[in-house]
Design a protein around this ligand. Structure first.
Ligand SMILES: [Zn+2]
Length: 300
C-alpha cells in the first residue's frame, strides 16, 4: 500500500513537471489585437507622421475602436488637440484619450504613441513595432477592462508627436482639463512586438523600486520579463528619457516602460507587420496586462 501511494505521488509529480507552466494567453483577444496592429501599420496609414493625412487616418481608426468599446471620452470626441513647432513648421496634433472608471478615482495612465516617421524618399515607414504594437495592445486592454472593472481608473492615451520630441506627453501634462493629480502611475508601451530571444524589458524600477516586488513575483514562461535599461551608469543603454514615459518621469510621476531592445527593423522601412513576431507580441501584451493587474491589486 505504501509503495503504491508513493508511486501515485511520484507519477503526479512527474506529470506536473512535464507540463510547461506557460502563462495564460486568453485574457486579451489576440486575433483582434493582431488585426489592429496590421491595420495601423498598413500602407494606407502612410507611416502615421504627425500632422499628415496618414496620422488622421490612424486617429479615426483608434477613435472608432475606443467608441465601439464604449470607453469614456476624457476630452471632446476623444481628441485632445495641441500644436507644436517642428523644424519651423507648426504641427496640428492630437492625442486620443479615453478612460474606464475603476472603483477608485486614482488612475493609471496607460500610454502608447501612434505616430511614426511617415514617408521618406518615397518609402513608407509603417512602424509596425514602433508603435502600432503598443497601440494595438492598449486597445485590447480597453476591451479587457471594460469587462473586468479595475480598482484604479484606467486612462488610455494614444499619444501623437512622440517621434518629434515626445510632444504628445508634454501636451498631456500641460492640459488643465485632465485631472493630473489623480494619476499615480504611467505605464508606457513602445515597441513590444519584435524580439527573437523572447525578452521583454520593463524599465523604471530603478527610479521606483517599490514597484518591483509586484512584478518580480510574476512568471511569463517562455517570455522573460527583464529589468534594466533605467540606470545612468556608463555602458548600459539608459531608456529613462527615450520615450513618452520620460516626460512623466521628469514631472515626478512614477513610470514603467515596456519595450524590446533595438532590432534590425528599428526606424527602417522594414518595420512591417510581416516582421512582427506574432507569438512574442501576444505574450508581451499579456505579460504587460498581468503586470498592470498586479499593480492594480497592490497599489493604493
Ligand atoms: Zn516609438
Amino acid at each position: 500500500m505504501q509503495r503504491y501511494s508513493n508511486f501515485i505521488v511520484l507519477s503526479l509529480i512527474a506529470f506536473f513537471i512535464s507540463i510547461p507552466t506557460y502563462a495564460q494567453l486568453d485574457l486579451l483577444d489576440s486575433e483582434f489585437m493582431l488585426e489592429d496592429l496590421r491595420k495601423l501599420s498598413h500602407d494606407a496609414a502612410e507611416g502615421r507622421k504627425s500632422g499628415t493625412k496618414g496620422a488622421e487616418a490612424a486617429r479615426r481608426f483608434i477613435i472608432k475602436q475606443m467608441s465601439d468599446m464604449r470607453a469614456k471620452s476624457l476630452v471632446k470626441d476623444y481628441r485632445h488637440d495641441f500644436t507644436f513647432v517642428n523644424k519651423g513648421d507648426t504641427i496640428e496634433a492630437f492625442n486620443i484619450i479615453s478612460y474606464i472608471k475603476g472603483k477608485s478615482d486614482k488612475a493609471f495612465l496607460i500610454t502608447a504613441h501612434y505616430d511614426h516617421l511617415g514617408v521618406i524618399n518615397g518609402e513608407v515607414y509603417n512602424g509596425a513595432d514602433d508603435n502600432a504594437s503598443g497601440v494595438a495592445a492598449m486597445l485590447a486592454m480597453i476591451e479587457f477592462f471594460k469587462a473586468n472593472t479595475p480598482e484604479h481608473t484606467m486612462v488610455f492615451a494614444a499619444l501623437d508627436g512622440e517621434e518629434m520630441g515626445l510632444q504628445g506627453a508634454k501636451a498631456f501634462l500641460k492640459d488643465e482639463r485632465i485631472p493630473q493629480e489623480a494619476i499615480v502611475l504611467n505605464i508606457n508601451m513602445d515597441m513590444i512586438g519584435i524580439n527573437d530571444k523572447n525578452e521583454l524589458y520593463v524599465a523604471g524600477t530603478h527610479h521606483n523600486p517599490s514597484l518591483k516586488p509586484f512584478l518580480e513575483e510574476l512568471s511569463f514562461e517562455p517570455l522573460q520579463l527583464k529589468f534594466g535599461h533605467d540606470t545612468p551608469d556608463l555602458g548600459s543603454d539608459d531608456w529613462t528619457l527615450q520615450s513618452d514615459h520620460g516626460v512623466f518621469h521628469k514631472a515626478g510621476m512614477p513610470f514603467l516602460y515596456f519595450g524590446v531592445e533595438d532590432h534590425q527593423h528599428y526606424h527602417k522601412p522594414t518595420d512591417d507587420f510581416e516582421n512582427i513576431n506574432q507569438m512574442f507580441f501576444v505574450r508581451s501584451a499579456h505579460a504587460i496586462l498581468e503586470c498592470i493587474l498586479s499593480l492594480d491589486a497592490n497599489l493604493n
